[in-house]
Design a protein around this ligand. Structure first.
Ligand code: TXA
Ligand code: MG
Length: 317
């Protein structure tokens, strides 16, 4: 029987269908500015359980809650003046804040894996915002791929990874940012980076006028999703290479690699490189290539997020 695609172009009808499915506890994949998300009603344990099932995700791994407005977040988490400052500056946008759960929060405990803190963000994408607003509830959404594989930045990536296990994929074109949101933990004494992402540490420190703590190994414990081997292609990935052997791929960054199989950004633009990262890793994780060699990427601004994903992709499985 011919397989009917569940990818739908975005219009009033598909947005309404998406909102309806979410209200019924189903999972819907939708675009954000970072990567495609696999969304479900964040107030329903059953709906959230469907995300874990579809992703094959270990249930101790908490999810990010997506809202359509800052006012929606107020009902879910405690927002202190520092959080408010960051919300004013960076929402909508790729900054997730970890904040104390409100005592009267309607959020599913499964969504935060029983933690008393919640990771929450307002995505900067018209389709995500419209879908959440129409569903009229907070939406829990991890990246729309099987746990441990490369994050999807197009609707087709989602279909290739999740196939029929998802009820609807809203197609909003390729994601602009291309790496996941930055996760900043504001629940302790010092703002702490748990995951580098679309908003750089430099931007946050400039806004706050002081340095933030970098999560490091401690962050690996606090953000249990940050498993060492993650974003994993099936092929061996080698970092800091300058060339490739016959049969191997070279994924370059910057000028001076005329023999590169693909270049994340030939002009050396880190923003462009982030947007290309997952799609290019996917493309090279296929025959005829046996190994993916990656040239060095500078460790600043979005380069920090890119290198974080590459190190996980290169980690032994
Ligand atoms: O850009 C993004 O953030 C994408 C799009 C879809 O919005 N979402 C995403 O979600 O990357 P996910 O589930 O793949 O990543 C969630 C991360 C995990 O590393 C998890 O451990 C961490 O957020 N996290 C969630 N709740 C947390 C909490 N209360 N404390 C610390 N870390 C938390
Ligand atoms: Mg993910």
């Amino acid at each position: 029987m011919p397989h009917e695609s569940i990818i739908e172009p975005v219009d009033d009808t598909s947005l309404d269908l998406g909102a309806q499915l979410l209200a019924q506890g189903k999972v819907v994949a939708f675009p954000t500015e970072t990567v495609y998300g696999l969304g479900a009603d964040a107030t329903s344990d059953q709906a959230v359980a469907a995300i874990y099932r579809v992703k094959n995700r270990p249930t101790f791994n908490p999810l990010i809650i997506h809202v359509a407005q800052p006012a929606q977040a107020r009902k879910l988490v405690e927002i202190d003046p520092l959080a408010q400052t960051l919300i004013d500056l960076f929402w909508p946008g790729p900054l997730t804040l970890v904040l104390p759960r409100r005592a009267d929060s309607p959020l599913s405990l499964l969504a935060s894996a029983g933690l008393d803190t919640i990771a929450i963000r307002m995505p900067d994408h018209p389709v995500a915002l419209a879908l959440i607003a129409r569903a009229d509830r907070p939406i829990a959404a991890p990246s729309a791929n099987r746990s441990g594989s490369i994050s999807p930045t197009t609707a087709l990536h989602v279909e290739q990874s999740l196939g029929n296990d998802v009820d609807l994929i809203l197609d909003g074109g390729p994601c602009r940012v291309g790496v996941e949101s930055t996760i900043l933990d504001l629940s302790g004494q010092t703002p702490t980076l748990l995951r580098p992402g679309g908003i750089s540490v430099e931007q946050i420190e400039l806004a706050l006028g002081r340095p933030i703590a970098l999560g490091g190994n401690d962050g690996a414990v606090k953000a249990p999703g940050m498993l060492a081997s993650h974003y994993a292609p099936t092929r061996l990935l080698r970092l800091n290479q300058s060339s490739a052997q016959p049969g191997e791929a070279l994924l370059a960054f910057g000028p001076g690699f005329p023999d590169a199989t693909l270049n994340l950004s030939a002009s050396g633009d880190l923003t462009e490189a982030a947007a290309h990262l997952f799609a290019m890793m996917r493309e090279l994780d296929s025959p005829p290539y046996t190994v993916i060699n990656v040239t060095p990427i500078p460790e600043h601004r979005l380069g920090r997020a890119i290198n974080d994903r590459l190190r996980r992709a290169a980690a032994p499985k």
